[in-house]
Design a protein. Structure first.
Ligand code: GLA
Length: 404
């Protein structure tokens, strides 16, 4: 039931705003109780990606948007040479001495923050000891980029605390480097870019080679995005993620022997790929053809988006999932089942796995008319197949990281 005077979308926005305020207030309260100080509060969002996965590290295009689920962080300087980092959701704390060189620890979540601290230092941006408490409303390991949200909250928070001016591009690259060097995932630029540069009710069409981007308004009057979470944590996918990156590199290097002009996937054509087919293993050939096709889909999807979200856009989402599952092999049976079930439901225009893969969420574009029924049918199919419930999240598209 809608509240009088506000439509359904507005009501969802109002409800989620309330929940966000609660998380924010809780983190602030705990910080005050623990450190007896008034903190600086930062929020950095996670992201959805409408289409274009595994294209970012192949100099391609992506179409992400920042969402109202992310990381809240409370920080304040403490007048010492040490930093106390507290993860509320993990119930753990880590202390880092700034006199020592910064290195990855055995505590996974802390590495994202320490990696950012190291990146700031390497840019010559000095900061003093500080205390930080963070938590969020973003499910971890579900393909919504909780790690990028944490890195981006840290880079914005620490730089602001120390009074350093830092450009958005520098924040993005420090956050990405933290993931490479301190978490060991050779990720592309999409997640950190979306978390910093997101814009309310807009997706971003980002050229990951030039970092040029444009905002594309999302017309969500008749339909909306719903996430279905398999709750299969994709952490095991990290090594497979790096492997995919290597396979693409291998493919490109082989093709370049015949076609030296193809210095990246952007110059590569299907003809060049076909021409080198005999020199490639079937696996590497499949990886490369997926990347070329997916890039093409992002370009077409951008054009559809300009005339509104609907069935045509949805068809590209289904095609993207098929490629991710069969050619790129980053899906899993839970994701495949959700997408197959979605295909049978008329109100679902499109569905696909999203992000690195090996678990996490599917993104579903569903017509408002019939949405509730479709969600419950998807839930039911999942429960029948796997004997447990999937997560269901309706998300709003919001602005990027900010001081709150
Ligand atoms: C992860 C990475 C991104 C991107 C996606 C797949 O989310 O962090 O850089 O490669 O996987 O599109």
């Amino acid at each position: 039931m809608s509240l009088p005077g506000i439509g359904k979308t507005d009501q969802i926005k109002a409800n989620t705003k309330n929940k966000e305020l609660k998380v924010k207030d809780k983190i602030k309260r705990i910080f005050r109780e623990q450190f007896l100080k008034e903190p600086l509060m930062v929020f950095a969002p996670g992201r959805i990606n409408l289409i274009g996965d595994h294209t970012d590290y192949n100099s391609g295009f992506v179409l992400p948007a920042a969402i109202n689920r992310g990381i809240f962080m409370a920080l304040a300087e403490n007048g010492t040479d040490s930093c106390k980092l507290v993860s509320l959701d993990m119930g753990e704390a880590v202390e880092v001495n700034l006199k020592n060189s910064l290195r990855p620890t055995n505590t996974g979540w802390a590495n994202y923050i320490i990696g950012v601290m190291d990146g700031l230092r390497n840019q010559g941006l000095e900061f003093n000891g500080f205390d930080a408490v963070f938590g969020g409303n973003i499910p971890i390991g579900s393909g919504l980029s909780s790690s990028a949200a944490l890195e981006c909250a840290a880079v914005l928070g620490i730089s602001r605390l120390s009074g350093n001016e830092i450009s958005e591009n520098d924040m993005i690259s420090i956050a990405q480097k933290a993931e490479h060097e301190f978490a060991g995932v050779k990720c592309g630029i999409m997640d950190q870019f979306a978390s910093i540069m997101g814009k309310e009710d807009n997706a971003m069409r980002l050229d990951c080679r030039s970092l040029r981007y444009e905002y594309l308004p999302l017309d969500l009057k008749d339909c909306g995005f719903v996430l279905l979470d398999t709750k299969v944590s994709h952490s095991l996918g990290n090594s497979q993620y790096n492997k995919r990156r290597e396979e693409c590199c291998e493919g490109l290097n082989t093709i370049r022997k015949k076609h030296p002009k193809a210095s990246s996937f952007r110059e590569l054509t299907m003809e060049m790929l076909e021409d080198s087919k005999n020199e490639l293993t079937e696996k590497v050939y499949n990886r490369c053809s997926f990347v070329l096709e997916e890039n093409n889909r992002v370009i077409r999807a951008g054009a559809y988006l300009r005339s509104g979200l609907g069935k045509e856009f949805g068809q590209l989402m289904y095609a993207s999932h098929e490629g991710l599952s069969n050619l790129y092999e980053v899906s899993c049976c839970e994701l495949d089942l959700l997408v197959e079930s979605a295909r049978r439901l008329k109100p679902v225009y499109g569905a696909r796995m999203m992000g690195g893969g090996f678990g996490g969420c599917t993104l579903n574009l569903i017509a408002n008319k019939g949405k509730e029924k479709s969600i419950s049918q998807l839930r039911q199919s999942f429960e029948t197949a796997f004997g447990r419930k999937p997560g269901v999240y309706e998300v709003n598209v919001i602005d990027g990281a900010r001081i709150i």
